[in-house]
Ligand binder design. Structure first.
Ligand SMILES: [Zn+2]
Length: 350
């Protein structure tokens, strides 16, 4: 059994955008309620702290940080077409980024084996000087820089399975080989529009960005196959010292925005592949942070599955249909061939 940490705090539900906005406090309310019911899950709470100014400035410009700070105490402030703040949003955003850093520290120090920051607002769309797509501060990027600086790390793998491409995270590390950014996402007339397979990084970072654009309707088979045949060989060659995950549950089959078909069981299988990678190269050090996910019930069940997998508190379920169906899916085979051609220049294992 693993010691799995979680970050949870009522402050994360005090960030409220427009009425009826899908990125609502309800998302966490339901997850937190589930955690109360799941008494048999051996989870360890990690108390969040606000991210420091210095930590924020690794990822965001001083002007942008000041702009977000200026929203504190204001009832409603619009930052972007679909992103706004309430009086406590700044505080929540500081604690989301800082909570992820604290959890990462506890895992790195060995107090915990792995963990999941159940926080809002999400982060992977946030750019250096711009709020985007429901995101204020880029939690996973701030956490990666924190680990690089605090523990002198040289290789961090960020895996982003949210249905949307993590443009902010990609841009942050596009020229930086210390972070390998791997993203699966829906692509083609879909927000935010970045994340083509030929976007591979630049300069010293060339080859350290891996984009897997997927068509709508992709499900367990596609995702697990991509994780096994593309992510795993690349990761085993890169040998990350730490694995961070932008976990978006908007690839769930019931999600109103995503259009993908991943089941709860699929989330468990993806988590297992990530655990295998982390165990092989990073002493199992694996830290998740919550990104999107807008079907409240589907998200809750999927987070439960991920936590069960991370904690290894229950015997794993058997794989079945994904194995049987392998090789029958032509668009998937073509995507794998294309990715091998593009990324094979950098990754001999592929
Ligand atoms: Zn998303």
């Amino acid at each position: 059994m693993n010691r799995t940490g979680i970050v949870q705090d009522p402050i994360y539900m005090e960030h409220v955008m427009d009425p009826g906005h899908p990125e609502s406090p309800e998302r966490l309310k339901v997850i937190y309620r589930m955690l109360e019911e799941e008494k048999e899950l051996p989870l360890v709470g990690v108390k969040p702290r606000p991210a420091t100014r210095e930590e924020l400035e690794t990822t965001h410009s001083p002007v942008y940080i000041d702009r977000i700070a200026s929203t504190a105490g204001k009832q409603h402030f619009r930052l972007d077409m679909d992103t706004s703040t309430s009086a406590k949003s700044y505080e929540a955003a500081l604690l989301a980024a800082g909570g992820f850093c604290e959890l990462t520290k506890a895992v790195w120090d060995g107090q915990l084996d792995n963990g999941f920051a159940l926080v809002r607002p999400p982060g992977h769309h946030a750019e250096r000087d711009r709020a985007m797509g429901f995101c204020l501060f880029n939690n996973v990027a701030i956490g990666a820089y924190y680990a690089i600086n605090a523990f002198s790390l040289e290789r961090i793998l960020i895996v982003d399975w949210d249905v949307h491409h993590g443009n902010g995270t990609q841009h942050e590390f596009y020229a930086d080989p210390r972070v390998l950014y791997f993203s699966t996402h829906r692509y083609g007339f879909f927000y935010p529009g970045t994340g083509g397979a030929t976007e591979v990084g630049t300069g010293k970072g060339e080859g350290f960005t891996v984009n897997v654009p997927l068509p709508s309707g992709s499900g367990d088979l596609e995702y697990v196959t991509i994780f096994e045949t593309i992510l795993k060989p690349i990761a085993l060659q890169y040998r990350p010292q730490l694995v961070l995950v932008s976990a978006g549950f908007d690839i769930h089959y019931n999600d109103p925005l995503g259009g993908m078909e991943v089941t709860e069981k699929g989330f468990g299988e993806l988590t297992r592949v990530l655990m295998e990678i982390a165990e092989a190269t990073a002493q199992g050090k694996l830290v998740f942070t919550l990104e999107g996910g807008y079907d409240i019930e589907g998200e809750k069940q999927s987070v439960r599955t991920v936590l069960r997998e991370l904690s290894q508190a229950f015997p794993p379920e058997k794989k079945d249909h994904t194995e049987k169906e392998k090789g029958k899916n032509q668009p998937l085979e073509q995507m794998i061939l294309q990715l091998r051609e593009i990324q094979g220049r950098y990754w001999k294992n592929l």
